[in-house]
Design a protein around this ligand. Structure first.
Ligand SMILES: [Zn+2]
Length: 487
């Protein structure tokens, strides 16, 4: 059989001050035909699909593999070029028997609220109604019903942090190949839960829900259950949490399981309240906490489209005279350049952070010593490495700060240990990340604290201006179904 594979994605925060242009895609991950060779996490499904297909003796046509670090709206011309390149590869591939796409599901461009929907509809138009189209999505996606109708099978990650990207890729391959061979017809049911939130699968209530989803999948007729968390920082029509279920052949079963999953998700409104501290609460509690505390600056997470140069938390820790602090990764290419010019061991006055916009806070003027410079630094995420650019470890009156030149979140402790640092030497290790840090940092931390500072991905959803949402959403209203409508 002939298999066509591709990967195209970014996560669009429509409130981010950072435009997403071609340079971001080229710098983060871009390959026209050889993405399966990359160790970037977003390329792993393509690698897996190529390997599995080759083992089966199938022919593979590999098109684009590309991803942009999350930011604001993708430029229209950039989106159209990527889309058209992928579709041109599909056209020239001739007759394909099945298609697997690794997409994100929350990509928007200047003139398109839902790039993935547009792409999957175009792919369906080219291949016709019979060809199996499988789509893997991040759980932070929007899931338009038209995308679900155009695809044959859609499977989302279940874990946040996203530790199961590869497992879901294997599932999608296995189920779609069986469907392409005529063993069954995948049937999907989608339910709109009308909720905004962030649900960490490391928290017990969410862990339980995910485990129950895995249990349901043990049934012979069930292909996949997906809890679409949604991506709240996007003013688009389908923003919000959803339930998606795929089964073999049986629409009634899909509908019943989707209803049950949606009810469980709705129940989280009353059962799950993430613990978030203010900056003042954090700095007040730190002196009494033994061991190493990992502090997540979640509102300035580059992975949600933030600049990663916000100074609110750093400013608060300096004012509170917090000691034993390691802080990073603060994105500041200009300050990195100045430090490189000054050299290791130098002392200088340095202005850092607070550059991209009002959400970043004010820049900080510090007297620093350049302790160490790592050129072309990287940080581990999943099975691969992400570029940090050139990175500099600074000492500012006993407080250690890592600044870097390529915007990325603090995924893993090696963002710091590559400087020769031992996290056990610190009372507080700050990471600019919402949850992906958890997989690597939690095992070496005595506790994890999430801080709600101002920022581009602030966790206060009650005031997010979502004019395009088109329906009431919790927690902006208490009961999103009070005025009518159904799941
Ligand atoms: Zn995600």
């Amino acid at each position: 059989m002939n298999l066509f594979i591709a990967a195209l994605g970014t996560e669009t925060n429509t409130f981010s001050p950072l435009p997403t242009g071609r340079q971001n895609f080229d710098e983060t991950l871009f390959s026209r035909h050889n993405g399966s060779q990359s160790d970037h996490y977003f390329a792993q499904p393509v690698r897996i699909w190529r390997e599995m297909a080759t083992q089966q003796g199938d022919e593979v046509v590999e098109s684009l593999t590309t991803f942009a670090q999350p930011g604001g709206l993708t430029r229209q011309d950039v989106w159209e070029t990527l889309r058209d390149d992928l579709l041109a590869d599909l056209q020239s591939a001739g007759q394909v028997d099945w298609v697997l796409l690794n997409l994100h599901g929350a990509m928007a461009s200047d003139d398109c609220d839902d790039c993935e929907k547009e792409l999957v509809l175009a792919v369906r138009q080219i291949v016709g109604p019979e060809v199996i189209i499988g789509v893997e999505l991040d759980l932070h996606c929007h899931l338009d019903p038209e995308l679900i109708a155009a695809a044959s099978l859609v499977i989302l990650y279940k874990e946040y942090p996203h530790t199961d990207v590869n497992d879901r890729a294997v599932e999608l391959f296995t189920h779609c190949r069986a469907a392409a061979l005529g063993e069954f017809t995948p049937v999907m049911a989608l339910r709109d839960c009308r909720m905004l939130g962030v649900w960490r699968t490391s928290d017990s209530e969410i862990r339980q829900l995910v485990d129950e989803m895995f249990t349901s999948e043990q049934q012979e007729a069930v292909l996949s259950l997906s809890f679409c968390h949604g991506f709240p920082w996007a003013d688009v029509p389908n923003v919000g949490a959803k339930a998606l279920v795929a089964v073999k052949d049986n629409p009634q079963l899909a509908g019943r399981l989707a209803d049950e999953l949606a009810e469980k998700i709705l129940g989280l409104r009353y059962r799950y309240q993430p613990t978030l501290l203010t900056i003042d609460q954090l700095t007040a509690s730190l002196p009494d906490l033994p061991g190493v505390t990992v502090v997540a600056d979640i509102a300035d997470n580059a992975g949600g489209g933030a600049a990663s140069d916000a100074t609110w938390l750093l400013q608060g820790m300096i004012q509170a005279k917090s000691s034993g602090v390691l802080f990073g990764n603060l994105w500041d290419p200009l300050a990195v350049r100045i430090c490189q010019e000054a050299g290791e061991g130098s002392q200088l006055p340095l202005r850092i952070g607070g550059k991209v916009g009002p959400q970043s806070g004010d820049p900080l003027d510090l007297r620093v010593r350049v302790l160490k410079i790592v050129e072309q630094a990287t940080v581990t995420f999943g099975a691969g490495k992400q570029a940090m650019g050139d990175a500099v470890l600074l000492d500012a009156d006993g407080l250690h700060i890592v600044i870097n030149s390529v915007r990325t979140q603090t995924f893993h402790p090696d963002a710091y240990t590559q400087f020769g640092l031992d996290l056990n030497d610190y009372r507080a290790v700050v990471v600019k990340s919402a949850q992906h840090f958890y997989a690597g940092f939690a095992p070496v931390a005595d506790r994890v604290i999430y801080v709600s500072a101002p920022g581009t991905v602030s966790p206060d959803f009650t005031t997010l201006p979502l004019a395009k949402a088109g329906r009431p959403l919790w927690p902006q209203v208490e009961d999103p179904f009070a005025a009518g409508g159904q799941l």
